[in-house]
Structure formats: C-alpha cells, structure tokens
Design a protein around this ligand. Structure first.
Ligand SMILES: *Cc1c(COP(=O)(O)O)cnc(C)c1O
Length: 360
C-alpha cells in the first residue's frame, strides 16, 4: 500500500532524497565511510557544507556577500533565546507579532533574556488566530521585529505582499514554510527554521542572516554567538554533518524541480485542491479565513470529536498517516510540505469525499 505521511514535523522527505541517502549511506563518495562517520574537519564535509550554503542562498536569490547561512543545532526554539542575545543590543527591546503558538513561545522565551523588553505589537487573538495580524511598520526604538511566516498549528501564513519593507531589522521564524513559498527574502534580515518540517531530519537549525548584523559579543559563549559561528563556518563544535548533507540533497532536489517558485506553484495547487474539497464539504470545515490560509499546514474539523477520531483512524488504515490535529486545537491537520506529492493530496481529497458519503 502506498503511504502518505501528513505529519507536521518531523515530516516526510522527498522519496528521491531517501533513495539517494540509501545509495550513499554505506560508502560516501568512495571514501569507504558513511557520511555519518566522517569528520567535520574533512574536505569531504567542507565540500558538502559549502555547496549546501551556496545552493541555499542561490535558491533564496540572496547575495552571499550580504548574507551568510549558519547550520546550528538547538532547534527553532533555541533561536527564541539566541536571536535576542545576538541582535537586541542597542535598545534591549524587541517587537513581536503574535500570530499563534510559536510566536508566543518566541515572546515568552525572549522575555526571559536579562534586561530585554518584549512588546507584542500586533495579535490575532481577537480573531481567535484564524487570520494573520497586519504587520505594523511604525517601530522605531526596537532592535528588531519578529514575525512567524507560517503558523504551523493555527494554519495561517503571510504572503509576500503582506510583508512590508521595514526600517528596523525583520526577523522571521520560517520553520514550517522555509523554501515552500515565494518571498522576497531581501526584505528579511534573519530567517530561521528548524529543519525537520521542510528541509532535513531533526537536529539542524538553519539561520540565514544579513552579515552586517553580525558583531562578536565577548560576553556571549561562542556557541551562542552568531558572529563566531559565521567565522567558524558553523563548526565551532561538532556540527550535524548528516543533517547538513540531507539538507544539501533536498536543495538539489528543489533546484532540479525548477527552484522555489516552481515548487511553490505545486504547493499552491495542492493547497487549492484541499481547501476546495473542504469548502465543498458539508461535514468538514477549515476555520481559517481565506486570505490567511497556509499552503503548508491545513487544519480542519467535523465539529464532532468522535467523527474526527473515526476519520483519523480510517484514514490511517487507508495509508493516509498522521492526520491528527495538534493537541492545542484538536481535529485534523494535513501538513503538505514540499515533499508531499500532488498524488498524496489527491488521495486525501478523495478520502475526505468518500468518508463524507459513507458517514453522512
Ligand atoms: C516546529 C516549530 C518550531 C519549533 O521547532 P524546534 O526546531 O522543534 O524547536 C518553532 N516555530 C515554528 C513556526 C514551528 O513550526
């Protein structure tokens, strides 16, 4: 039976990438060793690292003279602390847009950084997080504004047009739509993502950062200092070699498929099919307002907990896995990242229609 994995993260990787890993694993590049066993100081790894960095900036249409890529660990969650430690050194004050759960975690962890003030400058609370709040532009006196481009749990997202050009640095948690949607990345000063949603296995955190924001801070441990990590090619200590290698394969897969805009076109089509199925249904609904709908994470409900549970169980039996919604919102959630083929979404749409017919 063909199986489709709709998990929000760790999420599925492209089947071609899994096949390549399988082929490479016993003997990487005729070294006689697997990629998991080679040194992070070896030329073999240095090549993987350089190529991955170059491919990433080129897919994002960013100039390597202006932006660097850091391959760190600790997840997006650790960035909630390390980003203010690195960037909030002038006003000791940051602005956060509360678009959902992860934005709130970023604000909460930021507030624990000594001497840092965190202001929520916009919130979707009054809309019950069914749409993204408008991003304010009048933000003088802040070290930066933090936004979340795609809200993994609420199923909302900003489009490129929603994102203004600011006169303070713009920091974005893009964990769940990194390279899955087209943005003019030049509008951003730091984009970060936990890899396990749309890029690589868990254990890698990517930060794409404008070089002019990098200043060494002797008060910070080197491991948390982005300027030190940049200088050390993200290898101050042992980096996640295997994850960087897989990220490199995924980037080559994106390139082969026409780059971010071509992948995003497919993602828009997958999302359009799924929302249309939900909108045409009398049993299932998406609560997210159409203008804010995520093309990556699609939460939906029947309004009846038992029916939701039955749907999740029967879907799993049909090979449509991990459709259970996040525990905070319940219901179902289909995560349809870059690696989810259009056939997977077609199978889900058909299953939704069939389920409704059987249980109406
Ligand atoms: C999953 C997720 C996180 C947490 O990522 P970790 O890498 O597990 O720390 C943060 N932000 C967003 C938007 C996410 O989707």
């Amino acid at each position: 039976m063909t199986v489709y994995n709709f998990a929000a993260g760790p999420a599925m990787l492209p089947v071609e990438v899994i096949a390549q890993i399988k082929e490479d694993l016993p003997d990487y590049n005729n070294s006689g060793m697997s990629i998991m066993e080679i040194s992070h100081r070896s030329d073999l790894y240095k090549r993987v690292y350089q190529e991955t960095k170059v491919d990433m900036l080129s897919l994002m249409k960013l100039d390597p003279a202006e932006y660097d890529v850091l391959f760190l660990t600790g997840g997006a969650t650790q960035c909630f602390t390390t980003i203010p430690l690195n960037l909030a050194n002038k006003y000791h004050k940051i602005a956060v847009v509360d678009s959902g759960h992860w934005a709130q975690r970023a604000a909460e962890d930021g507030a624990k950084v000594p001497n840092l003030t965190v202001d929520i400058v916009a919130s979707a609370k009054e809309n019950n997080y069914t749409k993204v709040p408008k991003i304010p532009t009048d933000l003088s006196g802040y070290d930066y504004l933090h936004i979340t481009t795609n809200n993994t749990i609420m199923g909302t997202a900003y489009s490129n047009e929603d994102i203004p050009k600011l006169d303070i640095p713009l920091v974005a948690d893009a964990s769940s739509n990194f390279l899955g949607q087209v943005y003019d990345f030049n509008k951003f000063d730091l984009i970060y993502a936990g890899a396990q949603k749309n890029l690589a296995p868990a254990g890698l955190t990517v930060l794409v950062v404008r070089r002019k924001l990098l200043h060494k801070n002797p008060a910070l441990p080197g491991l948390f200092d982005f300027a030190v990590e940049s200088e050390k090619d993200s290898a101050l200590n042992t980096p996640p070699v295997f994850q960087v290698y897989v990220a490199g394969l995924v980037l080559k897969w994106i390139k082969k498929n026409g780059g971010v805009s071509a992948i995003a076109d497919v993602n828009h089509e997958k999302a359009r099919m799924l929302y249309q199925t939900l909108d045409n249904s009398e049993m299932f609904t998406s609560k997210v307002e159409p203008d804010s709908r995520s093309i990556m994470n699609v939460p939906f409900v029947t309004g009846n907990k038992q029916l939701d549970d039955l749907f999740i169980k029967e879907a799993a039996e049909a090979g449509l896995l991990n459709l259970k919604g996040h525990r905070l919102v319940g219901g179902m959630r289909a995560s349809i990242y870059n690696a989810m083929p259009i056939e997977g979404v077609q199978a889900l749409c058909k299953f939704i229609d069939d389920f409704e017919n059987r249980h109406a």
